[in-house]
Design a binder for this molecule. Structure first.
Ligand code: 9YT
Length: 134
């Protein structure tokens, strides 16, 4: 069994701060753990408004706290986000995420992240990012 503490992970290289200033993510479970998915606690900063397109990954995002919305760009639909909302990008959906109040999200990625990923110009993560231990 693996047991980790968010408070400890926040003090380590598991905490990734996005260069674009929109979010940070503490990656509690990664590819190297060989579970087939990764699990992160992500903070979306208040006022964030940015586009993502996870072409190489599927992602589920559960809102623990805060308030915002997510818009899928293919159909123009907007969905409010509040504590208890989960959105599931089952079609590699291109989307825009907005935070009206800082949001804490629990995120699961398949395939799992290596650990150091930040968004590329298309809002995706590359498959071959470095692991946190390297
Ligand atoms: C909700 C979302 O996708 N935020 C971007 C960061 C990502 N969840 C991550 O790397 O943890």
């Amino acid at each position: 069994m693996i047991v980790r503490q968010l408070s400890e992970a926040n003090q380590s290289n598991r905490r990734i701060i996005s260069p674009d200033g929109n979010w940070e993510s503490t990656r509690l479970l990664l590819k190297e753990d060989q579970m087939g998915f990764s699990f992160h606690i992500t903070t979306i900063y208040e006022g964030a408004d940015f586009q993502m397109h996870y072409q190489n990954h599927l992602e589920s995002v559960y809102c623990i706290s805060g308030e915002g919305e997510v818009k899928t760009l293919d159909d123009g639909q907007t969905y409010p986000i509040k504590p208890g909302t989960i959105y599931i990008l089952d079609k590699h959906d291109k989307h825009v995420l907005r935070a009206f109040k800082e949001m804490k999200m629990a995120c699961v990625f398949n395939p799992p992240l290596n650990g150091t990923e930040v968004h590329n110009a298309e809002g995706a993560y590359e498959r071959d990012a470095a692991p946190i231990s390297s």
